[in-house]
Design a protein around this ligand. Structure first.
Ligand code: PHE
Ligand code: FE
Length: 287
């Protein structure tokens, strides 16, 4: 399973991890973390699922400056048995899945420059740690992430990583969750972004559609801008229910001939919470 992790870059271990080297962050690096943290701490209450805020509290991520992975892992280990390990940037799928399957979350150890507060292509430590780690303190979400790692290993064998990646994208990174009569955020790509935290929830442009596993696996996504469609889960328990004991093998086989669904498309079979105007995406295209 984990027999081929590829060749790690110089200085990295066989599992691609590197020391975080917390002592080498500059005062400017810590100040960048604090600024990003303060902005999201202002914005998120009410918008994000309370389960995220509970994780933030429990892990004491609000302590000034960039978190030290050793301390963070100690707290996380007590809560759900997860750890955070540093890697030099994006890692191969097999490495990523192997860490998740063993309850290790891989995080980049660098932080964006002060002139990149709002836009960044590669995930940095603020996205990886602030965005992803709080929910790893939630037992149900923690199980989902481990199951995803194991599922990745199976998907790789089935040649279906692209299908599974869409599930990750539309849940772990850009998921919305029902909350009473409204919606809340939980995806890490949204909650770590000042602008998308509002866009995903409040802008009339994107579609907001009920989560459906096969539908999601067929849907393309954007890596260059805000999503045109967000998918809404009922609860983490429901997400786990639809995925954990559901053998994806037959689903991959069934979907092998299925056409992709476009990033902006709404189907007659969709449970539509909000049909997007797509004004934002259209305006972007026109420029
Ligand atoms: N049940 C999936 C499979 O058969 C694994 C999985 C579980 C994937 C939970 C994602 C989330 O491969
Ligand atoms: Fe991410």
């Amino acid at each position: 399973m984990s027999d081929d992790l590829g060749k790690p870059p110089p200085g990295a271990a066989a599992d691609w991890t590197v020391p975080q080297r917390w002592e080498s962050y500059t005062p400017e690096d810590h100040a960048t973390w604090d600024r990003l943290f303060d902005r999201q701490a202002q914005l998120l209450p009410g918008r994000v699922t309370p389960l995220f805020l509970q994780g933030l509290d429990l892990l004491r991520l609000s302590k000034p400056g960039i978190p030290d992975f050793e301390e963070l892992s100690e707290r996380l280990m007590k809560a759900t048995g997860w750890q955070v390990v540093a890697v030099p940037g994006l890692v191969p799928d097999s490495v990523f899945f192997d860490h998740l399957a063993n309850r290790r979350f891989v995080a980049g150890n660098f932080i964006r420059r002060p002139d990149q507060l709002d836009y960044l292509q590669e995930p940095d430590i603020f996205h990886d740690v602030f965005g992803h780690v709080p929910l790893l303190a939630n037992p149900v979400f923690a199980d989902y992430m481990q199951a995803y790692g194991r599922g990745g290993q199976r998907a790789a064998a089935a040649g279906a990583i692209d299908r599974l990646a869409r599930l990750y994208w539309y849940t772990v990174e850009f998921g919305l969750i029902r909350a009473g009569s409204g919606l809340q955020l939980y995806g890490a790509g949204i909650v770590s972004s000042f602008s998308e935290s509002r866009f995903a929830l409040e802008d009339p442009s994107p579609n907001r559609i009920g989560f459906d596993l096969k539908r999601v696996m067929r849907t393309r996504y954007r890596i260059d801008d805000f999503q045109q469609t967000y998918f809404v889960i009922d609860s983490f328990e429901d997400l786990l229910d639809q995925t954990l004991n559901n053998d994806f093998g037959p689903i991959y086989a069934q979907l092998s001939e299925a056409a992709d669904i476009g990033t902006e498309e709404v189907l007659a079979t969709d449970h539509v919470y909000h049909r997007g105007t797509q004004d934002y995406a259209r305006a972007k295209l026109a420029t």
